[in-house]
Design a binder for this molecule. Structure first.
Ligand code: ASP
Length: 430
């Protein structure tokens, strides 16, 4: 017993050490970036060697290492998860509950965003000439609803994996897992292959996480060294509105929901999940955060991988509350900046389209700006308005990605609790 305890304590210490290191990296990286931006004169060394050389290569290298794991990890852990659940009824129940939760929180997020923006009025009195307009690189995407739905069924699962298309991968993995459960002993070699391969992926995740502080430092330092802080000035009201709505969603809405449904301590949840938020913040990529999220939920919160292997990748794809918040505020901001009045009907349309926009879009940097075009189109606002917010979007992208993945984790914890797949002892451990 004592050996086991020592092992657990050792692991905890290691875990805590890593979380702290990630935080130090975040703060030092931000400070270093700002210092480089202001104190170092423009030179080849600053721009080519430091920012676009060392920081870029190490930062992107780290993101790629994490991305490398996403498809095999999601596939194997989902096969194992659905195999463990076994019956399609329970799986269906988990699926329906999760999707309803995701859609409801996203709609609520847009309502919060619209309310906050209507109170702060970020676009009123905006001096358009003072805004650094970025060159428009986004265009409204024509998305055919029927095709989008059909695309969930992969014509070729290997092709879906090669492209990293999350929804078809999820569908195929669920199917394989259910069939493995049905076949039982007849397919135990395949079943143990997936289960062992899953262990290998989790070990790789932990190995890569060891270098996370260095990766996070380089990503943050590069972003802050490149940020045009002067561009913030005229946009402060817009940025403040987005951040306020994000904070409300993350630290009020989610935590209230968590408490109501599970009676778990929200502060403990936030404390344990903060390193994952820090990781999402520095990478601005929900997808790359999947392995760390599943690992943290499993080891620190006692959430069974049976549930998280399904709900976390699903959430990274269809649940983007932070992104919808940015879109809600952006709609009001752009309407006010162009002096266009929005009716209540328009606002309801925004809630609907921003919620839909959050579904079926991959969790990668800046994708929210692309789907924003669709939301603006739905209420007849000029898509050129996106140019106004593009210049300062990177920093908001980082914050909203942290919120996006927190929404997935809260839902996962709630659903796990309801399915009896949450070990409260692990959650409550210091
Ligand atoms: N970067 C966000 C994510 O990965 C998506 C976005 O808002 O652009 O979740």
């Amino acid at each position: 017993m004592s050996d086991k305890k020592i092992n657990v304590e050792k692991k905890e210490k290691k875990g805590l050490g890593l979380s702290t290191k990630i935080f130090i990296a975040l703060i030092v990286g931000a400070l270093a970036g700002v210092a480089i931006h202001y104190a170092l004169p423009d030179s080849n060394f600053k721009n080519e060697v430091l920012i676009e050389g060392i920081f870029y290569v190490i930062g992107q290298g780290f993101i790629r290492l994490m991305q490398m794991l996403v498809v095999p990890l999601v596939f194997c852990s989902l096969v194992c998860g659905s195999m463990a659940i076994g019956d399609t009824k329970t799986l269906g129940k988990v699926g329906v509950k999760t999707i309803c939760f995701y859609i409801a929180t996203t709609a609520l997020a847009v309502v919060i965003a619209l309310t906050v923006a209507n109170i702060i009025d970020p676009g009123i009195g905006l001096d358009m000439d003072s805004v650094e307009k970025a060159e428009m690189t986004t265009t409204a995407e024509d998305t055919d609803m029927v095709e989008t739905l059909l695309n969930i069924i992969p014509k070729n699962p290997i092709g879906a994996m090669a492209n990293g298309d999350m929804l078809p991968i999820i569908l195929f993995a669920l199917f394989v897992g259910i069939m493995l459960a049905k076949l039982g002993n007849k397919a135990d070699v395949v079943a143990s292959f997936f289960s062992q391969f899953n262990d290998v992926m989790m070990e790789m995740t932990m190995a890569i996480m060891k270098v996370a502080p260095i990766g996070v430092f380089c990503l943050i330092a590069r972003t802050f060294a490149n940020l045009g802080f002067s561009a913030f000035q005229p946009m402060l009201k817009y940025m403040g509105s987005v951040v306020l709505a994000l904070v409300l969603q993350c630290f009020v809405v989610y935590q209230v929901l968590l408490f109501i449904f599970t009676r778990l301590n929200p502060l403990k949840f936030i404390k344990k999940f903060l390193p994952v938020m820090g990781f999402a913040f520095s990478t601005a990529t929900s997808n790359a955060t999947i392995p760390m999220s599943i690992d943290t939920l499993d080891k620190k919160m006692g959430v069974s991988k049976r549930i998280s292997s399904f709900t976390v990748p699903l959430g990274a794809t269809i649940n983007m509350d932070g992104t919808s918040i940015m879109q809600g505020v952006a709609v009001i901001f752009i309407a006010q900046a162009y002096g266009i009045d929005l009716t209540i009907g328009n606002l309801a349309t925004v809630v609907l389209t921003a919620t839909l926009a959050s579904i079926g879009t991959a969790g990668v940097p800046s994708v929210g700006l692309i789907t924003l075009a669709m939301v603006l189109n739905s209420v007849g606002l000029p898509t050129e308005g996106i140019a106004l917010i593009m210049g300062i979007d990177r920093i908001l992208d980082m914050i909203r990605t942290a919120v996006n993945i927190t929404g997935d984790a809260v839902c996962t914890t709630i659903v796990s609790h309801q399915e009896g797949a949450l070990d409260k002892k692990v959650f409550n451990e210091a």
